[in-house]
Design a protein around this ligand. Structure first.
Ligand code: ZN
Length: 323
């Protein structure tokens, strides 16, 4: 009898909790600004067991479990566990509360906070794409070429991932000329489960340095370096939620291994990311136009750090989905 009463009490408590949880989940205030849909950040974070822990005119911070995310009104970036993520649209304030765009909620915040099990997929084959090659030398520094750095790095990433049991295929393993279409076609032909394109940056301003990781721009959003909204859905968009998870993991691991400058996780409609049929990222591992970074990119010790960072990122992405 006592056990039965305890059961009833437990059931009653659980019942109330369920109602409360459902109530919290259902409460997602929305707003429309410039014909665009926004969601209330506090409500949205509540869906994932997080809450607003600091809120001022300059910034709103949400936290819960292992996550801490900082948003800024009218700024097109946030910090997710201290990693800079570029947003499709700047958050906006209404009264005392911050709202983020629905597309950033759906394709950035929710995948990073939610259960990664929802995005699980097998990873047997990883394709590594050393940018440029052959007649296309890529960016040129004072003493080195992008095409040679990307090949050297790709070979090392391949060795590390093979040692971890993955099948790894390179789009090129020599100084060959390959079109962008050939690269994405190779992903399909090899049925690769993850695609990593490796590049080196260059800028006219020789003081610019740091690491950035790109994934494909979601449909209905502008790329990070633009304000023009794109509406075409490409095969790569079928993996939007995995793309951001992979990009975040690769960027985070690269920064950990190298202590390099964080230029952020960005979005772009690069051809190699548009036309692949698996999750993929394009990494810009440093600036060949920056004296110290070019020296780093020419050193085996630094290539090793980059290769470890990229491999860690893929492995963490894979592990995250299995948890
Ligand atoms: Zn390049």
């Amino acid at each position: 009898m006592r056990r039965f009463v305890a059961f009833l009490l437990t059931a009653a408590v659980l019942g109330v909790c369920t109602v409360m949880l459902t109530g919290a989940a259902a409460r997602l205030r929305t707003a429309v600004v410039s014909k665009r849909s926004y969601v209330h950040l506090g409500d949205a974070s509540g869906v994932y067991g997080m809450r607003v822990v600091a809120n001022s005119r300059a910034r709103t911070e949400i936290a819960g479990g292992p996550y801490r995310v900082v948003f800024f009104p009218d700024k097109r970036y946030c910090f997710f566990n201290n990693i800079r993520l570029l947003l499709s649209y700047a958050p906006t304030r209404r009264g005392n509360d911050l709202y983020i765009s629905r597309i950033d909620y759906d394709t950035l915040l929710a995948p990073l906070l939610g259960s990664k099990k929802a995005f699980r997929h097998p990873i047997a084959t990883i394709m590594i794409d050393p940018g440029h090659g052959g007649r296309d030398q890529g960016a040129a520094g004072r003493f080195s070429l992008e095409k040679n750095i990307t090949l050297r790095l790709a070979r090392r990433v391949a060795e590390i991932l093979r040692a971890c049991g993955y099948r790894v295929v390179l789009t090129r393993n020599s100084d060959a000329t390959l079109s962008l279409e050939q690269r994405s076609r190779l992903q399909q032909q090899n049925k690769a489960d993850v695609f990593l394109s490796l590049h080196v940056n260059a800028a006219a301003d020789r003081s610019v340095s740091g690491i950035e990781t790109y994934c494909l721009t979601p449909v209905g959003a502008p790329s990070s370096n633009s304000t023009t909204v794109g509406w075409q859905k490409n095969s790569g968009n079928g993996f939007d939620r995995n793309n951001i998870l992979l990009a975040y993991n690769v960027q985070r691991s690269l920064l950990r291994r190298t202590q390099g400058g964080d230029r952020g996780v960005k979005r772009a409609r690069f051809a190699v990311l548009r036309d692949i049929r698996c999750p993929g990222v394009l990494v810009e591992v440093g600036f060949i136009s920056h004296n110290a970074e070019e020296r780093n990119l020419g050193s085996a010790a630094y290539i090793e750090k980059l290769a470890r960072g990229i491999s860690d990122g893929v492995i963490n992405y894979h592990r995250g989905m299995q948890k």
